[in-house]
Design a protein around this ligand. Structure first.
Ligand SMILES: [Zn+2]
Length: 579
């Protein structure tokens, strides 16, 4: 409550509020149409939506803006970043007020005091989180997952975090080095189950694992979770079912056509029999996840597919890294630092040598933070924040030159600052839209906190608003807001946020629907130990509010840290997740 100085003379009586947001078009997150209303906030929660004649200690005139719930991102890897970035960038610039981390089996807890390297080994290459940054920026003042949650609780945060416990870390906890080589024996499994149960009781949001060949250690070995046989995973999910607690997220390679039906039945049955909500990837536009979700639903289970609005992509640039960097000519050109490299590219003779080397090269498959082999007809030039973007192949054809030469020319013309964006698989717009519009899917999967030198998908939220809503008209604004608020809240079980309603936590965005958009990304070297990452802000936001406090105002962090660690609780008997 405020001082009481304001409002006493007003017709509604004595109450005043911590914050009043006036005259905004309120889109409540349920899909309902917008209504012009005031919102009053007290003690971090929404106390009234409607007419608010009383004064607030802080007042925001939101006339001409829309007012929505804060956005919820179910798939991030901010596990290390949370300790060195109180603002929660880049997510905070794009309206995100709550993130779920600890996905794909990767967490930095639980971890034995003498075995930090084992947790780091699984996460470092898979998620491209600098080991030097983790050594310098993470306090490592825990061993168990419960102690890790307490540590997150202690650090100042501008956004809210929920954390899953990762299978790779759990396995390394139980098995040490053997986690990277062996099947678990009965004692190993008991140790994992005991720590998983403790983690869930302490508030872990769920349990996650990876079974995909894309997740490798720096030595080229599979990450620890990939050594687990499926019965180990089933046992751990069974325990979650017994405790009625947590969601299960996993990533695996698509099964062969011959194995697919049996595999999908197995997954659907397990989701149904355990009662644990399953979360899977549905980013490529493939119909398999949609069919798997439908099958799971028909058996009485719960499964959510995570979609992505522009296809998971990697970004490269002359300032960061390029697919050619591992070639000896390019490595030599880069060996004396960035300025010398750019100078060499400006010299026609050296440039020719580099272009020829890149044209004639064989490119190997790459993982994690490494630049992907070039595919010029799906490598786009990011010369504006949202599409359309031309491909390098198109520009090369237009200019009548080779694509590598075109990349270098485009680099020269942009003072080498332009980014090239390449989708991991061909982007099928119709298929991706079908996935985004399917029941049981949620648009999320920013991977925020991971792949920081070559991905910048915290901006998928502003991309949805600028591109798919405003430019393309594929979703109404109300539909898009629902997709980023109540839909993920329901899928992940956040019952006190994701909708603007009296009594809910006051996580709120205020933005201009006519201008909201991502900005062009830039490269920064601002991580602990000077590691680099891509920074991407947005335009159009008047303010973002977390638990009633303004955290971002006119695109700048206010320094307020009202964010909280959100702890999971057992589901209630109704089957709803009860947080
Ligand atoms: Zn992930």
């Amino acid at each position: 409550m405020g001082s009481g100085e304001y409002g006493r003379e007003w017709k509604w009586g004595l109450v005043d509020f911590d914050l009043v947001i006036r005259n905004g078009s309120v889109i409540d997150g349920t899909g309902s149409l917008r209504v012009v209303a005031d919102i009053a906030v007290s003690d971090g929660r929404i106390s009234r939506i409607g007419e608010v004649p009383e004064r607030g200690q802080v007042e925001i005139d939101a006339g001409g803006y829309v007012v929505t719930p804060g956005f919820i991102d179910g798939h991030t890897h901010m596990d290390a970043q949370v300790f060195w970035d109180a603002a929660g960038t880049n997510s905070c610039w794009h309206g995100v007020t709550t993130v779920v981390m600890g996905n794909c089996g990767f967490t930095i807890a639980p971890v034995r005091a003498d075995a930090h390297h084992l947790a780091v080994r699984s996460i470092e290459r898979s998620e491209d989180i600098s080991a030097a940054a983790m050594a310098a920026g993470v306090p490592w003042d825990w061993t168990t997952f419960a102690e890790y949650l307490d540590s997150i609780d202690r650090v100042p945060k501008a956004i809210n975090y929920a954390s899953n416990i990762g299978h790779s870390a759990l396995r390394s906890w139980a098995m040490g080095e053997r986690a990277f080589r062996e099947q678990a024996d009965a004692a190993d499994l008991d140790c994992m189950k005991s720590e998983l149960a403790d983690a869930l009781r302490a508030g872990a949001w769920g349990f996650t694992t990876s079974r995909t060949v894309h997740h490798m250690t720096p030595d080229g070995d599979p990450v620890a979770s990939r050594l687990a046989n499926w019965s180990e995973v089933e046992e751990l999910i069974g325990l979650m079912g017994e405790l009625d607690s947590g969601v299960f997220q996993f990533v695996e390679d698509p099964p062969s056509d011959a194995e697919r039906i049996a595999r999908d039945q197995e997954l659907a049955r397990l989701a149904a029999s355990s009662g644990v909500p399953f979360i899977i990837g549905a980013t490529s536009g493939s119909t398999r996840p949609l069919e798997l979700i439908a099958e799971t639903t028909s058996l009485g289970g719960t499964m959510t597919g995570m979609t992505h609005p522009r296809g998971i992509s990697t970004m490269s640039s002359f300032m960061s890294q390029l697919p050619f960097d591992m070639l000896p000519e390019w490595a030599a050109a880069r060996s004396d630092g960035q300025e010398a490299f750019l100078q060499r590219l400006r010299e026609p003779e050296t440039r020719l040598v580099l272009i020829e080397a890149a044209q004639n090269a064989q490119y190997d498959a790459t993982y994690g933070g490494e630049a992907r082999p070039p595919v010029f007809d799906r490598m786009h030039v990011l010369d504006s924040p949202v599409p359309p973007h031309r491909t390098v192949a198109e520009i090369a054809a237009e200019r009548g030159i080779d694509p590598v030469q075109a990349m270098v020319e485009i680099g020269l013309e942009s003072n080498f600052e332009v980014f090239f964006v390449q989708t991991m698989s061909p982007f099928d717009e119709k298929a991706v839209l079908r996935s985004m519009k399917s029941p049981g899917t949620v648009m999320t999967f920013s991977d925020s906190g991971a792949h920081v030198s070559q991905m910048s998908d915290a901006s998928i939220f502003t991309h949805l608003l600028a591109y798919w809503v405003r430019d393309r008209g594929e979703f109404t604004l109300e539909e898009a807001i629902e997709m980023m608020t109540s839909a993920p809240a329901q899928a992940w079980g956040f019952t006190d946020r994701g909708v603007l309603r009296e009594g809910m936590v006051a996580d709120i965005n205020i933005f201009d629907p006519d201008t909201v958009a991502p900005e062009l990304p830039t490269l920064a070297h601002d991580l602990p130990a000077g590691a680099r990452r891509i920074v991407q802000k947005s335009t159009g936001f008047l303010a973002t509010v977390v638990a009633g406090e303004i955290t971002v105002r006119d695109g700048r962090s206010t320094g307020a840290t009202p964010g909280r660690l959100l702890r999971g609780k057992p589901r209630s008997k109704t089957g709803k997740v009860n947080k």
